[in-house]
Design a protein around this ligand. Structure first.
Ligand code: GLN
Length: 504
């Protein structure tokens, strides 16, 4: 799978999650568009950074080649140099074991920045043969409540615009909030010159996990494989695992409430994979999970602070920068003292360590040097090799790293394995030199990097579930294979909810 993003950033790594949504991290350390997270969750295959390309990345590599003299004195132009580079970025995904490359062109037909991408995919069909390309165009069919009518005009217009760029879609997928009737489909088919079966309705669904099933019932797979010349009857489809996960979601009757306490909570997509991982754990346990957003800043220095004891579980997710930190430390204190299940992810683990140092070890100024460069008790500090770095692009510990789990620990029990691989994206760390004082006071080091230097997992003794990880487990959770750390949180949350009901 491949996402082509027309914006100018080289990758989303430096983009504010509050504006652009989460940065998804691949095993090989790519900082990519969050859509890659959906792709991985939907096709259950790990992707690499090669699956995400932006205008910035394309231009950087063309300019680099130009400086090297690779173009042999030619004038370097959008066509063919930029378009060739785009095509090469798509074609490089077609390794020997690949049957189909699915390419999503981000943005909207008519955008200024999208033009070279549309031109490149137009040329692509010429290069590889008509029978090897299927163009799927996604449009919006709005519903006007006032007269109860669905409008096909936006679809007609965007198809006209696409055709003026030389692309005739093979399939039109219509986003709508009402089902699209057969007569509307025929109308779109007539105006846009596709067969009626190739007009596919993608109606708003109760969850994104219903969508593959809905598209399957609309016959999208048949049409696409037909265009590409595959014999569909020779390729039986088995969606049973998927159907089971979705059914468990729809049949669940109990609900557990999980609070996510962070600093980008006003942007729904900023913690997308965390949210999805909680859902997956709910599918596995057969419960509904209600995710509730709490602004970290509200927990500190306010006269009325949000009541966290009403939740069955709390997550403090990843993040950068100082805003909201004291509110998160307060959250960790409330979770520790109130025995509320807590999962600390990356920054959330660092917070858990800071809170413990301050209130249990009595180191009142304990902090991370990210927030207080001069603290005497830097329980979280820059990783050893990061002290000299000033460039903000790609300077973190990124991608998949192994960790050794301690036998008898909660996390070892949940993972069911001694060595685990998780994806990382951080500059700061808890160094193992702190281990002894924390351990003897009850915060156990449950996992370390193979060299024993970096703390990867911590867990609190005598608490139902207070676990922190320096990694980002949310990137590896799947709807049919929920991630163990989220399973641990949701299971503890279910117990808390049950105890609360019993005591009512
Ligand atoms: N800001 C912290 C660090 O750089 C945590 C990063 C994160 O949560 N992804 O180490």
């Amino acid at each position: 799978m491949c996402k082509l993003d027309p914006y100018l950033n080289v990758d989303p790594g430096t983009m504010n999650p509050g504006e652009h949504g989460e940065v998804f991290v691949t095993d090989d350390g790519g900082e990519t568009d969050l859509d890659l997270g959906h792709y991985e969750r939907f096709i259950d295959e790990p992707l690499t950074q090669r699956s995400n390309t932006t205008t910035g990345a394309i231009y950087s590599s063309v300019i680099e080649k130009e400086r090297r003299g690779d173009y042999l004195g030619k004038t370097v132009q959008v066509i063919p140099h930029i378009t060739n580079e785009i095509k090469a970025h798509v074609a490089r995904l077609a390794t020997d074991d690949t049957d189909i490359v699915i390419v999503e062109v981000g943005g909207t037909v008519g955008d200024m920045e999208i033009v070279p991408f549309i031109e490149a995919i137009r040329q692509f069909r010429r290069d590889v043969g008509r029978e090897n390309v299927c163009y799927i165009h996604l449009t919006l069919v709005p519903y006007l409540a006032a007269n109860g009518e669905q409008k096909t005009k936006p679809t007609q217009h965007s198809v006209t615009m696409l055709r003026s760029s030389g692309i005739q879609p093979n399939v039109i997928v219509c986003r709508s909030d009402q089902p699209i009737s057969d007569s509307l489909k025929s109308k779109i088919s007539l105006f846009c010159d596709v067969t009626p079966e190739a007009v596919v309705s993608a109606i708003d669904a109760p969850s994104i996990y219903d969508i593959p099933l809905a598209l399957y019932h609309e016959g999208l797979d048949r049409i696409v494989l037909d265009v590409l010349g595959f014999d569909i009857d020779a390729l039986p489809i088995d969606l049973s695992e998927w159907e089971t996960a979705v059914r468990r979601y729809h049949e669940a009757t109990t609900t557990v409430r999980i609070a996510i306490v962070g600093k980008y909570v006003s942007m729904a997509d900023a913690y997308l994979s965390v949210e999805e991982s909680v859902r997956h754990a709910g599918f596995g346990a057969g419960v509904r999970t209600s995710i509730e957003w709490v602004e970290a800043e509200d927990l500190h220095g306010n006269s009325t602070i949000p009541d966290l004891s009403q939740y069955d579980g709390i997550i403090v997710p990843g993040g950068f920068g100082e805003r909201g930190i004291e509110g998160m430390v307060e959250t960790a204190r409330i979770a520790r003292e109130g025995l509320i299940p807590y999962l600390g992810i990356c920054l959330g683990m660092q917070i858990q360590v800071i809170e413990f140092a301050r209130h249990i070890l009595g180191l009142a100024d304990a902090n991370s040097t990210e927030f207080s460069p001069t603290t005497e008790h830097a329980v979280i500090d820059l990783m050893a090799d990061q002290h000299e770095v000033t460039n903000k692009g790609g300077t973190m510990r990124l991608g998949s790293y192994p960790a050794h789990l301690r036998s008898g620990s909660i996390v070892r029990g949940l993972y069911g394995d001694d060595v685990v691989h998780e994806r990382h994206r951080h500059r700061f760390e808890m160094h193992a030199r702190w281990a002894e004082s924390f351990e003897s006071a009850g915060l156990k080091i449950a996992g370390l990097s193979p060299d024993g230097q970096l703390v990867e997992f911590v867990e609190l003794d005598g608490h139902p579930y207070m676990v922190g990880t320096q990694a980002h487990p949310e990137f590896k959770s799947r709807p049919n294979r929920p991630h163990p750390l989220f399973v641990g949180l949701v299971d503890a949350a279910i117990k808390r909810a049950a105890e609360r009901d019993a005591s009512k």
